[in-house]
Design a protein around this ligand. Structure first.
Ligand code: NAD
Length: 276
């Protein structure tokens, strides 16, 4: 991928935001959802299984699907794109990563300022069944172990947070919170769920403050994350897109590279910081 046709002189960037979607980790062997899951789950539509409604109806099926994705995450390693982003931070550049990924690969590559918009697959939390909560005769309590809005009257006073943290995303029956007995689920944002307000606020701050935003491997089809690169553009930051299938952003941003994350990012970042 040749990027030499873009003249980066004058692109002084004090604060850089790297905004990443599932394509960032594709070359680490973690399939994107829109580009289709591979193997056993190839015919399963994530839009139908990665939802609270699916978990309420078929918790074991949804758990098994996440265990399968977790297998890909656990065997994956950061690729050259993740490493290039982490290296930039290590060279003293102020870099914030906003990721829609749930795979921990930016952190494993060495990035320290990572905002996880969609949570983390390998962390568990209780499933808050709002339908059951509304239908209950008594208001539910907050379980002190899982902090879930999930405990009715069955709280185990001897259970503690460490008991919950010891439970992992592994094949087998869906685990329960050791405190209140609620079903556990991965701490990710499923389709139809809101983003954590603190993560979204931190992401908006990073976008508002950056001079340069690089959007990598994101289809920009899901709000509110999709608005973040557009906001950076609107407020005057330079914006670059890296995606083998350029999105609508490509026509409006300052530079677009129709290539993969691992192929483009090392050269792109080296070129940018060779001239600034
Ligand atoms: P998405 O909407 O971000 O779409 C994937 C994008 O990646 C597409 O635009 C595609 O053209 C691009 N792409 C594919 N290969 C690429 C490469 N090698 N380099 C750069 N770009 C590439 O993501 P999605 O797959 O629809 O997933 C939706 C959500 O599901 C994500 O936002 C995330 O929360 C979750 N998810 C996470 C992971 C992960 O953690 N690795 C993987 C799949 C899905």
């Amino acid at each position: 991928m040749k990027i030499s046709h873009v003249d980066f002189s004058g692109w002084q960037a004090n604060k850089v935001t790297i905004f990443t979607g599932a394509g960032m980790s594709a070359e680490s062997g973690i399939p994107t959802f829109r580009d289709r899951m591979t193997g056993l789950w190839a015919r399963t539509d994530p839009m139908e299984i990665a939802t609270p409604w699916a978990f309420r109806a078929h918790p074991q099926r949804v758990w098994d699907w996440h265990v399968h994705l977790g297998g890909a995450v656990l065997t994956a390693s950061p690729n050259a794109g993740h490493r290039a982003v982490a290296d930039l931070e290590q060279r003293g550049v102020h870099v914030t990563v906003i990721t829609q990924n749930i795979d921990n690969l930016h952190q494993r590559a060495g990035s320290t300022k990572v905002i996880e918009l969609h949570g983390n697959l390998l962390r568990l939390k209780s499933f808050v069944d709002e339908e059951a909560a509304f239908a209950a005769e008594r208001p539910p309590m907050i379980c002190p172990v899982c902090n879930g809005y999930a405990a009715w009257e069955e709280h185990d006073p001897y259970a503690n947070r460490d008991d919950l943290l010891a439970i992992q995303l592994l094949a087998g029956p869906v685990p329960h919170c050791p405190g209140c007995g609620a079903l556990l689920r991965p701490d990710v944002v499923w389709f139809g769920e809101p983003l954590a307000p603190e993560a979204l606020d931190a992401a908006w701050d990073a976008v508002e403050q950056c001079d340069l935003l690089i959007a990598v491997g994101a289809s920009l089809e899901v709000e509110p994350a999709a608005s973040l690169p557009w906001r950076a553009l609107q407020k005057g930051a330079r914006v670059i897109e890296v995606n083998p299938a350029p999105t609508a952003l490509a026509e409006h941003c300052h530079a677009s590279f129709a290539g993969s994350a691992a192929e483009v990012l090392p050269t792109l970042l080296a070129s940018l910081w060779a001239t600034t």
